[in-house]
Design a protein around this ligand. Structure first.
Ligand code: AMP
Ligand code: GLY
Length: 429
């Protein structure tokens, strides 16, 4: 299959930096550009200052730069219909259209599909008024999970440990306007217990390719303490997902999910990210996302021996059946360096000192997320999650040692990172 000679990557996170690196590594040697990108992506490819949610601007950029392919990273442009617009303009794109993006943009929509197709998931009820929601709460066990229906940058989920906390969350969303329109409808969902794992599945209609499983670290603090974040670190492979368990997940969750999405009339060509809880009764779906996970992508893509350009292009063209995935058996780990204060308020503009590339251990990558260049040309912090340090090694232990050595070499005033990325798996083995 002839591969595209040019690719626009939309987004500005560590995920997009990992995508850019993976596409640059393609034997097809495409011209890669990004919008808006960040200071690190700009070291690798030309970046154009078009915001990731500016749909007409992105379509115009792709046209002007004669892009043969667009890879969309974040959920917001997907849910705004960027891929619908690119398709209408005759530009092939990787990522679902607006209808498929609803699998992430509306948790109620997704829960209805999961229940309709009997895909394992926690029982839930939906509300737009506080009184019936509070009444329902009293019929359920604690802990209980309250979720805003819409997109909330990973913050719209409260796992309430007490009734008071649950009632407060319900009131804040339905009466207090917390999360705005995203919280006008909520789900109240039974709490699942077990280990979480992230499965990235490249989907093209009824075809799919399951990428190696990863585990994220959602909480801000060591030992999984404190509030949820977008993700503070990840590793792959996830050894909890044994071959036997993966076969079960494929049978009970991946296959029925792909079938259900097609049966609902969505021509989904993009990443179906399945967030799973591995409960004592079996795997259960926590959520779908309609895009690559971050930081998961920063550990999964470096492990692929398959040409990522070919993989994503095949999905976009409906030719995924031809792809045979090849995975590097080594372990990858990613430690996220955040700005202290994240996921709440945090400083911006701290100057970042990075080790020179020749001082990096082998197979380590510094992916940029919230970074920018200031007026003096210095690289400064510009977001909550600032950098992702990924290392690849024969064992997870060696990978962790390499990644943490680099984390210690990187300096910025607000630098904060978890010291226990991978610990769960390391302690197991
Ligand atoms: P979500 O945005 O749906 O991925 O939820 C964010 C996080 O909240 C998940 O990664 C879980 O850690 C937690 N969570 C969501 N739903 C549940 C549930 N039903 N039971 C336990 N934890 C959950
Ligand atoms: N790391 C979780 C996510 O990308 O949603």
């Amino acid at each position: 299959m002839p591969l595209p000679q040019s690719v626009l990557v939309v987004g500005s996170g560590g995920r997009e930096h990992a995508l850019v690196r993976a596409l640059l590594a393609s034997p097809a040697r495409p011209r890669v550009i990004a919008a808006p990108g960040n200071a690190g992506i700009a070291l690798d490819v030309p970046c154009f200052p078009v915001a990731a949610d500016h749909v007409p601007g992105l379509v115009a950029l792709a046209r002007r730069e004669k892009m043969e392919f667009v890879v969309v990273g974040p959920e917001v442009p997907l849910s705004l219909g960027l891929v619908d617009e690119l398709t209408a303009a005759g530009i092939p794109a990787y990522g679902p259209k607006k209808d498929g993006a609803r699998l992430e943009a509306s948790k109620i929509f997704t829960k209805q599909i999961l229940l309709k197709y009997k895909i394992p998931t926690a029982p839930a009820a939906f509300f737009s008024e506080a009184a019936p929601a509070l009444a329902y709460l009293h019929t359920r066990k604690i802990p209980i999970v309250i979720k805003a229906d819409g997109l909330a940058a990973g913050k719209g989920v409260i796992v309430a440990q007490t009734r008071i906390e649950a009632e407060t969350a319900v009131r804040e969303m339905l009466e207090g306007g917390k999360f705005g329109a995203s919280g006008r409808q909520i789900l109240i969902e039974d709490c699942l217990f077990g280990e979480e794992t992230s499965l990235l599945v490249v989907v093209s209609g009824r075809d799919y390719v399951i990428l190696p499983a990863a585990q994220d670290h959602k909480r801000i603090g060591d030992g999984d303490a404190g509030p949820n974040t977008g993700g503070m670190g990840a590793y792959s492979p996830a050894e909890v997902v044994t071959p036997a368990l993966l076969a079960r997940i494929e049978r009970e969750i991946v296959q029925p999910s792909v079938k259900a999405i097609a049966a609902e009339g969505m021509d989904f060509r993009g990443t179906l990210f399945i967030g799973l809880m591995l409960t004592p009764d079996g795997p259960s779906v926590i959520e779908y996302n309609a895009r690559f996970g971050d930081p998961e992508t920063q550990v999964v893509l470096p492990r692929l021996a398959t040409d990522v350009l070919e993989l994503l292009w095949a999905a976009a063209r409906g030719e995924l059946g031809q792809i045979k995935l090849s995975v590097n058996p080594e372990s990858a780990i990613c430690v996220v360096l955040a700005a202290r204060g994240y996921p709440d308020s945090y400083p911006k503009g701290d100057v970042i000192t990075l080790p020179v590339a020749s001082n990096l251990p082998p197979d380590t990558f510094i992916f940029h997320a919230g970074t920018a260049q200031d007026a003096n040309g210095a690289i400064v912090t510009a977001g909550g999650r600032v950098l992702g340090v990924t290392a690849l090694a024969p064992t997870l232990k060696e990978a962790a040692e390499r990644a943490y050595a680099v984390c210690n070499q990187i300096q910025f005033a607000s630098k904060y990172f978890r010291r226990d990325i991978g610990a769960r798996q390391l302690n197991r083995s």
